[in-house]
Design a binder for this molecule. Structure first.
Ligand SMILES: [Zn+2]
Length: 407
């Protein structure tokens, strides 16, 4: 821990065999062991301290055994720094379900929302449920070829040990805000039992693979929008010890209504051990990042900066814009004059507008560099503000500029 601000916000350092991560930090996502359209060297140049890959995707293709044979995720993809993998649970349980991480309350539907079939199985209209959960694990269909696969806590840990990331996550059951309260309780108990199995398998694999660099295992806190469930899960996993093995950090999972994000993260961080890091899975919006840091979260990942970049959407100091708009045709100036990224220091918005219109691949590269730099730099500035003691001023200035003065 290097600095504290207010009741919960903190700056610190996570140490891994592949280097340190100064927190708060934004961790860009390279789903299939690549940040789409961008070289890993460029990700390092733009300030990424670590990358996060998806266990589910790499399990299906090329397989964790092959990545293990290659020397682990970092060596395989030529990224020398720290790496994270998620447990695969989010992808396994959300693919096909039309699931989004941070929901507007309209989409979430509040406590009254139920699915059209009346079953406690939240799936968006027009989507087929591709995963089925039981007490032992999850059976699902491959999104690649429809083959049936099965994940259990043990399988997830075997995959993640094979991938070899510095930070791994326990296998948990993902629920949505549309599941009923009794279902949330059952799912939470299942996640607690799975967490114990993850620790036991982690202990076994760490001993078996003792020549490999140590991989941290972080527990995942579920509990949806319920205060008592979130607090219970945090206390249970925070104190959990299996054969002397404890979680090295924690992930905060599940769907969160934007309006309650700070409140829910605050419940969790109040209960978790203070000295261990907390990762909030799947956020990158400017206001969400400030809210999450204020509530005590340390690292964040999100696929959005790169996903939206490929659709010509870029972040600027004064909000998100779309570069295909005709106003950019003759903007012979950078996307954002205040940005220090490679794209903004070498290319004009007019040129990138042309690349999108001409459907040129370079558009994705240039915009991904810009968006990833924007979020990485923002979180770096947040970290500096915690150390300097002016977090509140930065929050007001940056959210005011990004969303307009009226919030
Ligand atoms: Zn830029």
């Amino acid at each position: 821990m290097t600095a504290r601000h207010g009741e919960k916000a903190r700056a610190g350092v996570i140490t891994t065999p592949h280097g340190e991560i100064a927190t708060p930090a934004f961790i860009p996502v390279g789903t299939k062991a690549t940040v789409k359209a961008v070289l890993p060297e460029t990700m390092a140049d733009l300030g990424a301290q670590a990358l996060l890959a998806n266990a589910y995707h790499l399990y299906l293709q090329p397989g964790h055994d092959l990545v293990d044979e290659a020397g682990g995720l970092g060596a395989f993809m030529n990224w020398p720094g720290p790496t994270y993998t998620d447990s695969g649970g989010f992808q396994v349980m959300s693919l096909g379900a039309g699931f989004k991480k941070v929901l507007s309350s309209e989409f979430a539907g509040g406590a009254t929302a139920r699915t059209s079939t009346g079953e406690d199985d939240a799936v968006a209209d027009g989507k087929e449920r591709l995963a089925h959960v039981d007490d032992d694990g999850v059976t699902f269909r491959s999104f690649i070829n429809g083959d049936i696969h099965r994940f259990t806590p043990e399988v997830s840990l075997q995959i993640q040990h094979g991938l070899g990331a510095d930070i791994m996550f326990a296998f948990d059951e993902l629920t949505t805000l549309m599941n009923s309260r009794p279902y949330q309780e059952r799912a939470l108990e299942r996640t607690r039992l799975w967490a114990e199995r993850c620790l036991a398998e982690h202990a076994r694999l760490t001993a078996e693979r003792s020549a490999k660099p140590y991989q941290q295992l972080w527990g995942v806190i579920q509990g949806a929008q319920y205060e008592d469930l979130r607090r219970k899960a945090s206390r249970d996993l925070g104190a959990m010890s299996v054969e002397g093995w404890e979680f090295d950090g924690f992930g905060i999972g599940g769907a969160l209504e934007k309006e309650n994000l700070g409140t829910i993260v605050g419940w969790v961080t109040e209960e978790l051990p203070d000295q261990k890091p907390r990762h909030l899975l799947g956020i990158s919006e400017v206001d969400d990042l400030f809210t999450a840091v204020a509530a005590g979260a340390d690292t964040f990942d999100c696929v959005s900066p790169s996903r939206v970049a490929r659709n010509s959407a870029v972040y600027t100091r004064s909000g998100r814009v779309n570069l295909t708009g005709s106003r950019y045709k003759r903007q012979f100036a950078p996307i954002d004059e205040t940005c220090d990224c490679y794209t903004c220091t070498h290319y004009t918005a007019a040129y990138i507008h042309h690349l999108f219109r001409a459907k040129e691949m370079l558009s994705a590269t240039l915009c991904t560099i810009h968006n990833e730099r924007f979020v990485v730099r923002l979180v770096d500035e947040i970290r500096a503000s915690l150390i300097a003691g002016d977090f509140d001023a930065l929050r007001e200035e940056r959210t005011g500029a990004y969303y307009g003065e009226v919030r």
